[in-house]
Structure formats: C-alpha cells, structure tokens
Design a protein around this ligand. Sequence first.
Ligand code: ADP
Ligand code: 5GP
Length: 255
Amino acid sequence: MTAVFIISAPSGSGKSTLVNNVRKLIPDLEFSVSYTTRAPRGNEQNGREYFFISRPEFEARIAKNEFLEYADVFGNYYGTARRFLQQAEEHGHDLLLDIDVQGAAQIKSKIPEAVSIFILPPNRQQLEQRLRDRGLDTEEVIQRRLLNASREIENYCKYDYILVNDRLDESTENLKSILIAERLKRSGQRVADDSVRRRAESCRLDNVRERLKPILASFASTAVPRAETNEAVSDETPAIAQTRSDNEVEVVIEA
Ligand code: ADP
Ligand code: 5GP
C-alpha cells in the first residue's frame, strides 16, 4: 500500500534541500508537484517546482474535485492534485507531499495513516541567517517570513515526527531513516538496521519534546499575538499582496 509522507516547515528551515537529498537516496518515492496561483520565483519552472495556474483555473479545478487538499496560503491557492496519489498507487510507489500545516491537517483527516514530519531550524537566529544566506528575499520579506515562522511552529505538536535541521548530513540521514522505517513497518517487516530504527525513533514527537524547548523559546520572544497581525502575512511584496482578495490564511476542507 502506498505510504503518504507529509513534510511541512517554516520557510528557510531547509525543507527543499532535505527533500531533494532524500529523493535521490530513496527509490520508488514519488513527489507531488502542487498547483499554485502564485507567480514563479527565480528560475522555477512550470511542472517542476509547481504547476503555475491562474485563480479562475484553480477554482475551476476545485469545482471539478481535482484536489486531494488545497488551501489559501498567504493569499495564494496551493493544492495537491488527486492524480499524484492515484499514479503512485498504480506504480506501487510511496508519495511525498511538501505542503503547509493546513494541507497537512486535511490529508491527515482523509488519510489518517499518512506520516507527517515537521522540520524545524535549530533556532530563530539560524533561520534568519539561512534566509539571508539564501539570498532570495528582501529584508522586509525576511522579517515577514520570520513572523510567519513563529506562528507555523506552534503547530509542531500535530506532527508524528520532528526533525531539527541542524547539521545537514545528519538531518538527511534522519529523514531517510524515518521514511525507510515507516515503509518497512507498513509492509509488516521488522526494521533490522538498528541505526535506522534509532534515528527514526529519536525524531518521534514524544522523544524530542525536551530538545524543542529552547528552539520554541527562541521564537516565542518574537511572536506577535494573532489579533494584532490578522493571521499570517503574505510573503509577497505589499503591492502584489494588495491585489489579492484575501490575505488571511483560510482553511478549506473538502468533503
Ligand atoms: P526551505 O525549502 O525550507 O525554504 P531551503 O532548503 O531553501 O529552505 O534552505 C534555506 C537555506 O538554508 C538554503 O540556502 C540552504 O542551502 C540552507 N540550508 C539548508 N539546510 C541547512 C543546514 N542544515 N545547515 C545550514 N544551511 C542549511
Ligand atoms: P512557497 O510559495 O514558498 O513555495 O510555499 C509556500 C507554502 O505553501 C509552503 O509552506 C509550502 O509547503 C506550501 N505548499 C506548497 N504546495 C502546497 C500544496 O499543494 N498544498 C498546501 N496546502 N500547501 C502547499
């Protein structure tokens, strides 16, 4: 049976880097390319990072029930097409979804056995440093991403596994171990490799609570109460954001 892996993280935590690493290391793992109404960034290509479509086209696809889940994230629609799950099932492969916390909640309610993984940076300071070093965002966008990160992080406890992305090689090994251990469990096999089992177990929510305390504390001091900020803030430039009909995060759950 196809295992569905959900990965969420605040922007800049290293999610794309880790996902790209494990995709090269784990066979028979398909990646769902989401649909979005946001504009392409940098050298993103249609069909590779995302399928970039207009709002009316997205809404037409919602009406046709094409999405397994979709959400309004920072003023743009993002959605997972049902066909990616169907394809993975036909191929006998597993499926990896890179989606936000709203999408993760929707998938978990439809597919309770889906495995969810939340990636965290070692602390706020390092997240800020990574966002700067990545060199993709203006100072204003970096500050907005940090603000949004403080809120997204509050959802960590809804996930099965928490991966603190400190050293990249270690985190890649841990993510790989989680995927392999869960895959074996599903096929009724024992996880014979002790280091795989230990690494996966070390990332279970219940086993990381102590380690998370200083990380959460580093974000708590900068979090702004929701009422003051009207929920999450768009990552886009204000000029673009103002043209959106809705800047708030909206949870859309399909029947
Ligand atoms: P995300 O997809 O979560 O937004 P990226 O994968 O783009 O994040 O990573 C953000 C930046 O941090 C990139 O420049 C990446 O090379 C760097 N990075 C990722 N993981 C680590 C790590 N463990 N240590 C240091 N830098 C990292
Ligand atoms: P970005 O625009 O930076 O690529 O992504 C913004 C956020 O949207 C990230 O948290 C990413 O995980 C999330 N996202 C990407 N695709 C989907 C999707 O299909 N569904 C949902 N719910 N979120 C998505």
